[in-house]
Write a protein that binds this ligand. Sequence first.
Ligand SMILES: NC(=O)C1=CN([C@@H]2O[C@H](COP(=O)(O)OP(=O)(O)OC[C@H]3O[C@@H](n4cnc5c(N)ncnc54)[C@H](OP(=O)(O)O)[C@@H]3O)[C@@H](O)[C@H]2O)C=CC1
Ligand SMILES: O=C(O)[C@@H]1CCC=N1
Length: 277
Amino acid sequence: MTRLAFIGGGNMARSLIGGLLKTGAAASSIRVAEPQAQAREALGREFGVATFAENRLAAEDADILLLAVKPQVMPALKAELRDLLQRQRPMLVSIAAGVRLDQLERWFGSHLPIVRCMPNTPALIGAGATGLCANARVSPPQKAQAQHILDAVGLTRWIGDEALMDTVTALSGSGPAYFFALVEALEDAAVAQGLPRETARALAAQTCLGAGRMLAESGEAPGELRRRVTSPNGTTQAALESFAADGLARIAANAIGAATRRGAELAAELDAKEPRP
Ligand SMILES: NC(=O)C1=CN([C@@H]2O[C@H](COP(=O)(O)OP(=O)(O)OC[C@H]3O[C@@H](n4cnc5c(N)ncnc54)[C@H](OP(=O)(O)O)[C@@H]3O)[C@@H](O)[C@H]2O)C=CC1
Ligand SMILES: O=C(O)[C@@H]1CCC=N1
C-alpha cells in the first residue's frame, strides 16, 4: 500500500483526498499536515485520515509527499523537510500553480523524483482533469504511481514540455471557475428577465452538466455539438452571434493569456525572493 502524505490540507487537498477515498483508497494510507486546528479536525472527521500539525510528522515514512500548499509557501517547507528528504527519498508531487521542476529541485534536492502536476477541484467528485510532467529522476514505475493517484480522481494527460504547464493551469486548473462564472452570469441574466433564482440556477447548472457530459462522452468535436443545437435563424444562432459580436473568442484568449502569464509570474516572484548565488 503506497503511503501518501499531504503537506497542506486546504481546498485542493480536500478534493484529492475525497476523490481518492471514493475510489477505494484506504484512509489509513493517507496522512495530512495542516497548521489550522479547525481544518485538521474537519479533515479527520470527514475523511478518517490521520492529521498532524507538523509537516515532518505527516511525512514520516511516506512513499509520496503531495505538496498542496500555496506557491508562496513552498520555499518555507525546505528547511523543515530537508533532513527527512535526504534520509527517506520519497517521490514529491507538487500541485502548486506556476512552480517549476527546477525550483522544486533547488529547494528540495535534485536527487529526488519530482512530479509537477495541475489537477482541478472536480477531483472531489471523480471528474478532475490533471496535466502532469516529471523530472528525469522519476522512474517509469513511479510515473505510473503518480498517474494512478490522479487517475483515481479523473482524467490525466502527460505534458511533454514543462513550459506548457502554465497553459494547462490556465485551461483546466483554473477552468472550473470559468464555467462557474458563466453559469452565474447566465443565471443572473435569466433572473433579470423574471425567472425565479432557484429555477434559473437549476436549469443553468443542468445545462452545463449535460453539455459537459456530451463533450466527454460523445467523442464529437465541440463545434459539431454546437451546430446541432443551432437551428438556422433560430434562438441559438441569435445568442451565438451576440457572443461573437462581443468577442467571445478574444475574451477567452485574453483570459487564458492572463492566467498563463500569472503562472509564470508566480514562479518568477519566488525566484526573485531567493538570494543570488
Ligand atoms: N484550488 C484549486 O482549484 C487548485 C489549486 N492548485 C494549487 O494547489 C495549492 C493549494 O491550493 P488551495 O488548496 O486552493 O489552497 P488552500 O489555501 O486552500 O490550501 C493550502 C493549505 O496549506 C496550509 N498551509 C499553509 N502553510 C503551510 C505550511 N507551512 N505547511 C503545511 N501547510 C500549510 C494552509 O493553511 P492556512 O489556511 O492556515 O494558511 C491551507 O490549509 C496551490 O499551490 C494551488 O496553486 C492546483 C490546482 C487547482
Ligand atoms: O487560482 C489558482 O492560482 C489556483 C491554481 C489553479 C486553480 N487555482
